[in-house]
Design a protein around this ligand. Structure first.
Ligand code: HSE
Length: 408
């Protein structure tokens, strides 16, 4: 039986989990792909740290030394940030080494160029673990929805943000305490600003966009808001109105134009993302043939991420053709002057806003208002302290009055 030689970049929460799973499921891999799997090297940062890595495996902080191991077949990357990872992966792909990565920031920035390098090096680049943790969204879009026209993707892509919003709502804790708990569970990024300011979900949306449209938008034209600044009072008043706040990344295609957004949204009961709580991610996809599909599962954490990495790894040896599909659409810039419906929270709403409905807050002083306004107007009211927060309504085209009661 031939042997597949694997090198690991990174031995943190995810890297060590991948290592342990490979070591403990050797016979399963052999059965699945008909080859032995051997870990030949691990790239680490701090050589003085004690790690549980078997003798005979090269453990080094030098990528050069790692790459010099003869005949590496696959590199599994689980490190943070763009560099040095992008340089490492590029060199591996040039040499014809397949790459499996969980690094969304790197892919959002360098995915296109790495794909080109992979094609030149006749290697494969796989990245299921980079979006939605253990939820197989990349494979679903690549392999299972090729004939469908996908018109709408709404997704919770940052487990930390969803966990924090759930913790605040269910346990009435403050933002900092909820964030601390997410960090303790190993969900948050090394810099949790990536999570709570929406960058992590933004990178993941860019990866999905590239997969679906074959290109990315101008990043400055995509609305990106995180959950920092959402208070318990916001959540209580929005929930009193029968809605929930969820941090949503969306891509909508209409008449060959695509709109992308990453922001906290007001989600009505019955919406596919309404019940998604804790660290779960979920992706709701509208396909013209398949209808509405929802994939849901843990979006962060060692084992779910290792699961996606290793499913990718096995897939490397089960397929040769991995073409991307693409939708023909231009990408729309955000228009902050367009009149839209929003859910705004405030003790009282200034007369300038066109109020359609009002829900009286039960516990907080705040009320929730359904208003028709431009984003620019609401941004100004927010800056002036006239409103506490505002949220776009999830679920384009839903009949609002049918789904929520008026509680004035
Ligand atoms: N910090 C990320 C999250 C980890 O919370 O979703 C998984 O990408």
């Amino acid at each position: 039986m031939t042997t597949i030689k694997v090198a690991l970049l990174g031995f943190g929460t995810v890297g060590s989990s991948v290592y342990q799973t490979i070591q403990s499921r050797r016979s399963k891999f052999e059965r699945l792909i008909g080859k032995k799997v051997e870990i030949v090297g691990v790239l680490i940062q701090d050589e003085t740290k004690q790690r549980n890595i078997a003798d005979g495996i090269l453990v080094t902080s030098s990528f050069e030394e790692l790459l010099a191991i003869p005949e590496i077949d696959v590199i599994i990357e689980a490190i943070n940030g763009i560099e040095p990872g992008a340089g490492y992966l590029s060199r591996a792909l040039e040499k014809g080494i397949h790459v499996v990565t969980a690094n969304k920031e790197l892919l959002a920035h360098e995915g296109q160029s790495l794909r080109e390098t992979a094609a030149k090096g006749h290697a494969q680049l796989k990245f299921e673990a980079a979006v939605a943790g253990g939820v197989p969204i990349i494979g679903t879009l690549q392999q299972l929805l090729q004939v469908n026209e996908v018109s709408n993707v709404e997704a919770i892509l940052n487990g930390t943000s969803n966990y924090i919003l759930t913790e605040i709502a269910e346990n009435q804790v403050g933002f900092q305490a909820a964030l601390h708990s997410a960090q303790k569970h190993g969900y948050a990024e090394a810099d949790p600003g990536n999570d709570v300011d929406g960058w992590d979900a933004f990178y993941k949306l860019m990866i999905l966009c590239e997969l679906l449209l074959g290109k990315q938008p101008d990043w400055t034209q995509v609305s990106r808001r995180g959950i920092r600044g959402i208070t318990l009072a916001d959540i209580q008043v929005v929930e009193t109105a029968g809605w929930r706040i969820k941090h949503i990344a969306s891509l909508q295609v209409k008449e060959e134009k695509a709109q992308l957004r990453v922001e906290p949204m007001a989600v009505p009961e019955g919406h596919p993302l309404y019940e998604v709580s804790g660290v779960d991610n979920a992706v709701s996809i509208q396909g013209d043939l398949a209808g509405n599909l929802k994939l849901q599962g843990p979006g962060a954490g060692a084992l779910p991420t290792a699961s996606a990495i290793l499913e990718d790894f096995v897939q490397l040896y089960k397929e040769s053709d991995n073409r991307n599909r693409s939708i023909d659409a231009s990408i729309l810039a955000e228009d902050s002057n367009r009149l839209q419906d929003w859910l705004a929270t405030a003790p009282s709403i200034p007369k300038t806003a066109a109020v359609k409905q009002r829900w009286k807050g039960k516990q907080a002083d705040n009320n929730a208002y359904l208003v028709s306004a431009t984003e620019g107007e609401l941004e100004k009211l927010l800056q002036a302290g006239k409103i506490c927060n505002f949220f776009r309504l999830a679920g384009a085209g839903r009949e609002i009055a049918d789904t929520v009661p008026i509680l004035i």
